[in-house]
Design a protein around this ligand. Sequence first.
Ligand code: AMP
Length: 366
Amino acid sequence: MTASLQVKLKPGDTIGILGGGQLGRMLAMAAARLGLRCHVFSPDPDSPAFDVVLNATCAEYADVDALELFANDVNVITYEFENVPAATAMVLAARRPVLPAQKILETTQDRLVEKDFIRKLGIGIADYADVSSAETLRSAIGRIGLPAVIKTRRFGYDGKGQAIIREGDDIGQVWEDLATRSAILEAFIPFEREISVIAARSADGHVECFDVTENEHRDHILKFSRAPADIPEALAAQARGIAGTIASALDYVGVLAVEMFVVQGEEGPKVLVNEIAPRVHNSGHWTLDGASISQFEQHIRAIAGWPLGKPVRHGPVTMTNLIGDDIKDYERWLTVPGATVHLYGKGPARPGRKMGHVTQVFSRNE
Ligand code: AMP
């Protein structure tokens, strides 16, 4: 029996959360509603998740003594970001169940490994190539064509570590600017829309998906989501099926997000997977107010060994991110009928920093 199958928390037990950002904060708030405690571990003293838990450890992820004390205080460990260092996960997994399992991080922390994994499952994906130098980049462009997108294999998020390459660009310069030795080149996808599926899987293999979400990005950062996505039901079912296949193939326990592109194929629209996020995801924030169970609660249930909920959506719902100076608008949002405002309690509103979000649930006839 694997460690994950043995987890069965009781009310009053404690969940350890690695990472103290807004996702950790909202996970801890969902856990509290279910009578579960959380202990947050984060190296950042200004972690917004610290504000909502009784037990917090502010230490580096390489601090083995702090990790051991943290593990001793909790019943199960999860994380709110995918770049948990392998050594940290190893120290913790030796002491307590880590869910989703540590081996999943090895797949999702490296874009090349992740894409190979998705392709092997027979799931549609943009054409891609491994790139390790200006020469291999040139030959990848020869095969894939332009425009194309170059992405660092590791540590990319919100458009960081990636660039579009167009006809006439100086390839040597592009490679130098990326400042890495390992990247992938991906075909540029002229997508019709971007969607994501937030899926949960329990240790006994049960999968529950939320309704497919449609996402709009600005400056590579998610700005706006709506559920349900404006796509045919057959395509939505295909998208949910893909997320379920990925979750099962990873033997996943918890919530994961699968980001996808909708493109026009010869036989109508189809989806291509862009990326997997092994955690709760910004495009699932609408579930906080737009569904009977949020993605955060679903994740807590999955890692606690509790039954997953069957989420019922309350109506058409949108989520607007408050990014950087958008936060100045919070008082106006507080007066918008039907709007629910979530502020993360972060310090200064730097450009690109996610400061909060607003959900709006509409009646079915609006
Ligand atoms: P990623 O970091 O891979 O999630 O990419 C961030 C955003 O860049 C995506 O949500 C898309 O809007 C855009 N993007 C990424 N890859 C591609 C691609 N191959 N073709 C077109 N747009 C892309």
